[in-house]
Design a protein around this ligand. Structure first.
Ligand code: NAP
Length: 238
């Protein structure tokens, strides 16, 4: 299925996996709309992607903001959501409030975004959400993320049935070198990346471009629905 001229909305398209995904869709000659909270990030992304890209400020945790966003965008063909902030911390130590905030972002944000987008999509549309390898292989401190990612994977299976013939899938990345880790001191981050890369069968962690291709594949492949695309360098095998 060609993406030429199709309108693709990438919520979270200003950074990391979402930014690389917006670029990958542009390379397929799609028309791309990106959204995230920060106007500075939107400007930066538009400078990088080209001024043909439409950009909107959006906090997907706020239902009103999500409804206004889709009203402004109007009809479109494919929805990708990469926005989401999780949290790490040992179950016994992590304040419940932090776990709930992470659900509000990564689970409920994606849920509300899909719900609000539906009137503007069509039977040939696809929706692709984002979970993560910790849903299946959580290390210490990732119980909340394991729960969120599994919830997103489950939601997608349910939606593939309920929203048929529209297709609904999810990309589940392993560790990807993105600004999500910008808050860590550089030596600590590089040490973590190297430690994980050494264990993975592919011997490296992912770049955002590796993951972006999965969103393009899911938008293009008309026989794929209810699928979790694991793109984790073999993390599930070790
Ligand atoms: N990187 C990894 O190792 C990894 C591994 C597994 C899963 N994932 C998942 O992949 C997804 C993307 O991660 P990433 O590494 O690309 O992160 P990132 O570089 O931090 O990008 C996240 C994007 O989401 C936007 N965003 C965050 N909260 C938002 C909100 N409330 N409303 C609207 N936009 C929001 C951010 O922009 P603003 O700040 O401007 O809002 C940004 O554009 C996340 O769901 C993450 O959990 C990542």
């Amino acid at each position: 299925m060609s993406l030429q001229g199709k309108r693709v909305v990438v919520v979270g398209g200003t950074s990391g996996i979402g930014l690389a995904t917006a670029k990958a869709f542009l390379e397929e000659s799609a028309q791309v709309v990106i959204a995230s909270r920060s106007s500075a990030r939107l400007d930066e992304a538009k400078n990088l992607l080209g001024q043909d890209v439409e950009g909107y400020e959006l906090d997907f945790r706020n239902d009103e903001s999500v409804a206004d966003f889709f009203k402004n965008v109007g009809n479109f063909d494919h929805l990708v959501v990469t926005a989401g902030e999780g949290t790490m911390g040992l179950f016994k130590e992590l304040p419940v409030e932090n776990a709930k905030e992470a659900f509000d972002s990564k689970f409920w944000g994606q849920y509300a975004t899909v719900l609000a987008a539906l009137p503007y999509l069509n039977d040939e549309s696809s929706i692709t959400l984002t979970s993560g390898v910790y849903g299946q292989r959580p290390p210490q401190g990732a119980s909340t993320l394991a729960a969120i990612n599994s919830a997103v994977d489950g939601l997608v299976r349910g939606l593939a049935i309920e929203l048929s013939p529209m297709r609904v899938n999810v990309v589940s990345p392993g560790i990807v070198d993105t600004p999500i880790y910008a808050g860590m001191p550089e030596d600590q981050r590089e040490g973590m990346f190297k430690g994980i890369a050494d264990q993975l069968p592919v011997k490296r962690i992912a770049q955002p471009e590796d993951i972006a291709q999965s969103y393009v594949y899911l938008a293009k492949n008309g026989f794929t629905t209810g699928s979790v695309v694991d793109i984790d360098g073999g993390a599930r095998l070790i």
